[in-house]
Design a protein around this ligand. Structure first.
Ligand SMILES: *[C@@H]1O[C@H](CO)[C@@H](O)[C@H](O)[C@H]1NC(C)=O
Length: 278
């Protein structure tokens, strides 16, 4: 615990540094204009993204899909399985609902983020046993696919992960929902509009939700490039209408509590989220 809080304190300190470097990047951008780097494998150059989407997943729903366990799946950690919204990813997106991918040929290097592995394992765990996504074959990573595309704002690999953690700490969706009375339950159903309003009231921006069998599976909150909250883009329009932002969720939704898989003490490990859940 002490180790983790020391890590978090150093992460907080580092955030100040990142914020400073963001300022620098913006100044440089204004001055000389940084375009997006060369596309991977001769793909046409992709223009710079429009906004960030912090995609969170609800383990209580997600883990119901677990059919077998492996060391990388946090759903298999028994009583240590996550009971808060965890990070699915920080995606650089376009306003038309599409997104760039694999923007540079840089490879993921776990050593660069060795000081962040503890909080990443806790807050950005894989909830499946699938293979990580990959851009250039070989050992892939979420960062290669999505992180490289946010490089004009978030910089290198380390800063991408640190920035994502900091945004996640600052905008605590689990806390906002708990304080509004939306607590995990296997019997309650909550009004979708109430959940959306709670987030709107806290962050002054409209989130996007995705459900599976009437249960919240994903909750996305969106940001301008300076990390001020903004409405999430819905489908191919930029409408912030609450109903259209929640197409896949019914009017009353559940936030299921984690049900132990009984798989117990599988050793945990970082493994970036695979493609099949994008
Ligand atoms: C978010 O809030 C929940 C509920 O209050 C708390 O348990 C959790 O530790 C918080 N998460 C972070 C990353 O601060």
């Amino acid at each position: 615990m002490a180790v983790l809080s020391a890590k978090l304190a150093s992460a907080a300190l580092a955030f100040i540094l990142v914020a400073a470097s963001l300022g620098l990047i913006e100044a440089r951008e204004a001055g000389i204009g940084i375009g997006i780097e060369i596309g991977a494998r001769g793909k046409p150059r992709q223009r710079e993204f429009d906004y960030f989407n912090l995609a969170l997943q609800w383990p209580g729903t997600y883990c119901q899909r677990t059919r077998h366990c492996c060391s990388s799946n946090a759903c298999c950690r028994g009583s240590n399985s996550p009971s808060v919204f965890t990070i699915h990813g920080l995606w650089p997106d376009y306003n038309d609902g599409t997104w760039p991918a694999c923007c540079t040929r840089k490879h993921f290097d776990e050593k660069e983020i060795s000081t962040l592995l503890d909080p990443l394992e806790k807050y950005w765990p894989s909830l499946s046993c699938g293979n990580p996504s990959s851009c250039h074959g070989g050992k892939g990573s979420f960062w290669e696919k999505h992180g490289t595309c946010s490089a004009p704002v978030t910089g290198d690999e380390y800063n991408y992960f640190l920035t994502t953690l900091n945004v996640y700490f600052k905008y605590n969706v689990t806390k906002v929902l708990n304080e509004a009375g939306y607590v995990p339950s296997n019997t309650e159903k909550y009004p979708l509009g109430g959940i959306v309003s709670a987030i709107q009231n806290a962050f002054h921006a409209t989130p996007k939700l995705a459900c599976r069998n009437g249960a919240v599976e994903e909750l996305h909150i969106c940001f301008y490039k300076d990390f001020k909250p903004r409405d999430c883009v819905v489908g191919s329009s930029s409408s912030s209408d609450v109903l259209s932002s929640s197409n896949s969720c019914p009017n009353y939704i559940s936030l299921p509590a984690y049900a132990s898989l009984g798989a117990g003490n599988a050793e945990s490990k970082i493994s970036w989220v695979p493609d099949d859940v994008l």
